[in-house]
Every structure is written in structure tokens, then in C-alpha cells.
Design a protein around this ligand. Structure first.
Ligand code: SF4
Length: 235
């Protein structure tokens, strides 16, 4: 009994020492580079879990996905995308018709109103094309920086910011990359330390990592590829 207890305690001590040494001797930039290097091995081709063919599809799916799982959104979008192919299709549709097709997501009626209103602006101001810049996307109803970053990164391969969803927010705090609580402030902190060429993939990888290894619910850390970089590791 005594031997087992000692060896566990020694293991804990070594892990804690390793973690303290690592976390006090590296800058946040170095730490984030190491996180990216390791996550790239686990997720060599990270991408959004939302299914889409066009920037418009992705904009609509991302508006739908707020406080809803991507999995559920993916079950609803085939019928929606088959019925509405252009911004004008959404702009001309009665809100009730859009609501009916997305009724399983949270706040379906509000989201349907935003989809229609955004489509009307896209038709009136952008010749039917989803904008490819933060300023014009951010100005659309139902679209904040997170949604704009998803569309820019995945549909246009443009990095104007970093997607900060619940996983990115929680894991950036947990891994000691930011002490902010507000998503836009977290994004600003991350943009200072994540190399720009990694902005798009970094968010995808953290989201995949959060789902697979580090969910918000209680979990074990046994197989975590970032355990020695994490001040919150449960040994
Ligand atoms: S060590 Fe545990 S808490 Fe830390 S990132 Fe890994 S799974 Fe999450």
C-alpha cells in the first residue's frame, strides 16, 4: 500500500515540476507554437464541421449554429440549401417558411428573421454576393465577429481574425493563453501570439481538441497531447 501511494505521489510531483518549469520558462508565443505543432499532428487537415458548398450556405449554417450543435445544423441544411440557392431566394421567402425548415435549432424564428434580413442586404448592397471582408460581414443581421471569421476563413480562406467559440474561449483560458473573459478581447490576445498563417487552423484545431480531449464536462486527462502544457492538468 505504502509503495503504491509513494509512487503516485512522486509521479504527481514530477508532473507538477515539469509543468511549472515549462510554463514559467516559455513565452506565450513559444507555448502557442508548441500547442499548434502538437495539434497539427493530431489534426493534419482541420476544418469546420459545418457542411456547405457556397459562402452563402456557410453564412446561413453559421447563423443557425449559434447555441446549437453543428451536427444538428448539418441534418437540416440539405433541405434548406436545396430550396434556397441564392441570397434572393432567402430575401424573397416568407420568414415562416425559413423557420419551418430550421425549426429544430434554438431560436429558430429569430435566426430565420436574421437570415432573411441578411440576404436582403446582400441582394441590395452586395449584388447578391456574400461579402468577403470583416466590416461588411459584421454589419449583417445575426452576424458578429465569430460568424464573420468562420465565413472568411472557411469560404474565402481569409484570416482577418480568429474564431472564438465556446471551445476556443474555454481552452485559451485553460491553457493560460489569455485571462480575458470577453470573446472579442480573447480574440485580440490570441491575435497577438498566434502566427497569422495559423489563425484559421488554430481555431479549428482547438474546437476539435475540445470536443475530443477536453470537453467542458468532467473528464480524464490521461491521453491529452497537451497535458504538460496545461496548468489545469488533472494527474
Ligand atoms: S490536460 Fe486535461 S484539462 Fe488540460 S487541456 Fe488536456 S484534457 Fe484539458
Amino acid at each position: 500500500m505504502y509503495k503504491i501511494a509513494s509512487s503516485v505521489a512522486l509521479g504527481d510531483l514530477l508532473a507538477m515540476t515539469r509543468e511549472v518549469l515549462y510554463n514559467t520558462n516559455v513565452t506565450k508565443e513559444e507555448k502557442v507554437k508548441e500547442i499548434i505543432k502538437r495539434l497539427r499532428k493530431v489534426y493534419p487537415h482541420p476544418k469546420t464541421a459545418l457542411n456547405f458548398s457556397t459562402p452563402l450556405d456557410l453564412l446561413v449554417a453559421t447563423i443557425m449554429s449559434a447555441q446549437t450543435t453543428d451536427k444538428l445544423v448539418n441534418t437540416l441544411t440539405p433541405a434548406l440549401f436545396a430550396k434556397y440557392k441564392t441570397a434572393k431566394d432567402y430575401a424573397d421567402a416568407p420568414v415562416e417558411d425559413i423557420t419551418k425548415l430550421i425549426s429544430k435549432v434554438n431560436f429558430a424564428n429569430n435566426k430565420a428573421k436574421n437570415i432573411k434580413a441578411a440576404a436582403q442586404i446582400i441582394v441590395e448592397k452586395h449584388e447578391g454576393k456574400v461579402p468577403d471582408n470583416m466590416e461588411e460581414l459584421d454589419a449583417l443581421p445575426g452576424v458578429a465577429r465569430k460568424t464573420a471569421n468562420v465565413v472568411l476563413g472557411n469560404a474565402y480562406h481569409k484570416a482577418e481574425g480568429i474564431v472564438v467559440d465556446t471551445h476556443v474561449m474555454r481552452l485559451s483560458q485553460k491553457l493560460g493563453l489569455t485571462d480575458k473573459k470577453d470573446p472579442e478581447k480573447i480574440e485580440q490576445d490570441l491575435m497577438q501570439i498566434v502566427p497569422k498563417e495559423d489563425w484559421i487552423d488554430f481555431a479549428h484545431m482547438l474546437i476539435l481538441f475540445g470536443r475530443e480531449y477536453c470537453p467542458a464536462r468532467p473528464h480524464k486527462c490521461d491521453d491529452c497531447p497537451l497535458s504538460d502544457l496545461c496548468p489545469d492538468q488533472k494527474v
